[in-house]
Write a protein that binds this ligand. Structure first.
Ligand code: KG4
Ligand code: ZN
Length: 346
């Protein structure tokens, strides 16, 4: 049997994370996955503050890594390599993680593997379901929204994506405009449960275009206008209207994502012979309405739909360790000269 054990480190946004993943022959297993969120640190500011994030990562990383190794009952000498997110993301945080990985690498002589954060998300269905290449990935998070043909750990084709905001960002702004807590996705989803999605009308941008590009910045303008009209009408924002606004907004995002996925499948078929399995990743893929919509589309197309468990949709280090395993087995290791890339398209 062939066994590869890798420590993963993730610090590109506001989660500090470490994980150990082991692949025995072709079967991956998460031995541990530790995530320390910084949500409360940034709550005061209504968004992630890069300086605060970088400092917090630097403070939390050691503990996170120790915890992950402990939980996995793995020592540094049981590892084959250290995988670390080298971008894209907030430069200070990425640097904290890469410096930490370099320190460990210098002390142990273990190879270091720089991982693209987006590749980590995009390969997650292989970690959770051993999904075979190629497949169609909808990567949908707070900072990203794109359709990818995933052919290999280093072989991605971007079919299209957002031309402005990412949906997670739009969820977060919606929450802010309606006085709901951050992160906005979960609180908007919870509030939408009691709402009527047709009470307010929201646009479905770019559906007249045959490609799979998307736009979400117009939705927040529509939301602001609808909110102000409702407030002027009733002298304040009622609980019902808040729920209706959340439901209407969520329905618009869902419709756009589903319709554009249909078009992404068409573009995919121009390059690959068979209808692909549809997989999602990224924080917004935690949304149940979006998941159900994509599942229905997959049923219609007679293909499969794969959504990782929620904890592996949002930022984590198990996906970085797993991507590291695929790169390690392909002979793609780095050394102490590894540099960070704040921008790093797949
Ligand atoms: O992937 P992620 O943890 O971080 C990056 O952006 O890389 O995604 C975080 C984003 C946030 O914008 C958050 O509001 C959104 O994912 N999100 C959701 C849900 N849970 C998290 N959006 C919609 N519905 C949810 N249930
Ligand atoms: Zn992410």
């Amino acid at each position: 049997t062939k066994m590869t054990t890798i420590l993963g480190i993730e610090s590109s946004c506001d989660d500090t994370a470490a994980a150990v993943v082991r692949m025995t022959d072709d079967v991956p297993m998460i031995l541990s996955s530790v995530v320390e969120s910084q949500t409360e640190l940034h709550a005061l500011y209504g968004g992630v503050v890069p300086e605060i994030a970088a400092r917090a990562h630097a403070e939390k990383l050691d503990h996170c890594i120790e915890h992950a190794l402990d939980q996995a009952s793995v020592g540094l000498r049981d590892l084959d390599a250290i995988a670390v997110t080298a971008g894209p993301g907030l430069i200070g945080g990425v640097l904290s993680g890469v410096m930490c990985a370099k320190g460990l690498s210098a002390a142990t002589n273990l190879p270091i593997i720089g991982v693209n954060h987006l590749a980590g998300h995009a390969l997650t269905p292989r970690l959770t379901d051993q999904l075979a290449y190629p497949y169609l990935m909808l990567l949908v998070s707070g900072g990203h929204c794109q359709f990818l043909i995933v052919r290999g750990a280093l072989d991605f084709t971007r079919l299209g994506g957002t031309i402005d905001d990412a949906p997670g960002e739009a969820f977060d702004k919606t929450a802010r405009l309606l006085g709901l807590p951050q992160p906005g996705g979960p609180s908007v989803e919870r509030t939408a449960v009691d709402g009527d999605p047709s009470r307010f009308s929201f646009p479905r941008p770019l559906l007249d275009r045959d490609d799979c590009d998307m736009s979400f910045s117009g939705l927040k303008t529509a939301l602001l206008r609808a909110r102000d009209a409702a407030v002027a009408d009733k002298g304040g924002l009622t609980t019902d209207d808040r729920a209706n606004l959340c439901a209407g907004f969520q329905a618009a995002v869902t419709d756009v994502l589903i319709e554009k996925t249909r078009r992404a499948i068409r573009l995919y078929l121009a390059e690959c012979p068979a209808i692909p399995a549809i997989a999602v990743a990224g924080g917004v893929a935690a949304n149940q309405t979006i998941r159900v919509g994509l599942q229905n589309l997959a049923d219609q197309m007679q293909t499969s739909f794969l959504a990782p468990p929620l904890a592996l949709c949002t930022d984590n280090a198990a996906m970085i360790a797993y991507a590291g395993i695929e790169l390690f087995r392909a002979g793609q290791t780095d050394d102490l000269t590894l540099s960070v890339r704040p921008r790093w398209p797949l």
